[in-house]
Write a protein that binds this ligand. Structure first.
Ligand code: ATP
Ligand code: MG
Length: 177
């Protein structure tokens, strides 16, 4: 690949099947192995230490930020979740504009967009106009808004064919967390 071919891609992993976050992290592993500068920003999820991928990132020295309150859309007051999501988007903007990264993952970012906590049209326009043109960005989560799908260079939709939860099999360490 020549330098001329290098342009930052907008990649979206969406759909109702399992594999969106792990696909994004697989890409991080590949990029990191090539010496690319990577950063992961996780929206929604909390409990930083419990996740296998967070422990792996610590050992690899991968930059990782968790800006979530857990699955708090069940909570009475969404204020803290909304504030955290906006804080995460601000952090993402800083990283994406800096030119200091080759690959930035915004994990579960479709939810703040879907809930309108971050305006989808404005976010998509910002990604197009303001992010460093060489920085790849990966956005994961269900129900990616149409404006994001339209703007993306690469969209993969994970389809749910089967999931062990449907047979009552609980989440297992190393597979789900
Ligand atoms: P993974 O993190 O394993 O790549 P994902 O990012 O595609 O999964 P999310 O939509 O973020 O999945 O879902 C979070 C949790 O819900 C995960 O623990 C995942 O295994 C589980 N999950 C995903 N798809 C399904 C499904 N079709 N039925 C039941 N649970 C699911
Ligand atoms: Mg996920």
């Amino acid at each position: 690949m020549t330098e001329r071919d290098h342009r930052g891609l907008l990649i979206v992993y969406t759909g109702r099947g399992k594999g969106k976050t792990t696909a994004a992290l697989g890409l991080v592993l590949r990029a990191w192995g090539q010496g690319l500068r990577c950063c992961v920003i996780q929206f929604i999820k909390s409990e930083k230490g419990r996740w296998g991928e967070v422990q792996a990132a610590q050992r690899l020295g991968l930059e990782w930020h968790t800006l979530g309150e857990g699955f708090t859309w069940q909570a009475a007051d969404l204020g803290p979740s909304i504030a955290k999501a906006r804080e995460g988007w601000q952090l993402a903007q800083d990283k994406l504009a800096s030119g200091d990264y080759d690959l930035v993952v915004l994990d579960e970012f479709t939810y703040p967009l879907r809930f309108g906590w971050v305006d989808p049209a404005a976010a998509v326009e910002w990604l197009r106009a303001e992010r460093s043109p060489r920085t790849h960005v990966v956005i994961t989560g269900r129900d990616a808004p149409p404006a994001l799908l339209e703007a993306a260079d690469l969209v993969t939709e994970m389809a749910n064919v089967k999931h062990p939860f449907d047979r009552g099999v609980r989440a297992q360490r190393g597979i789900e967390f």
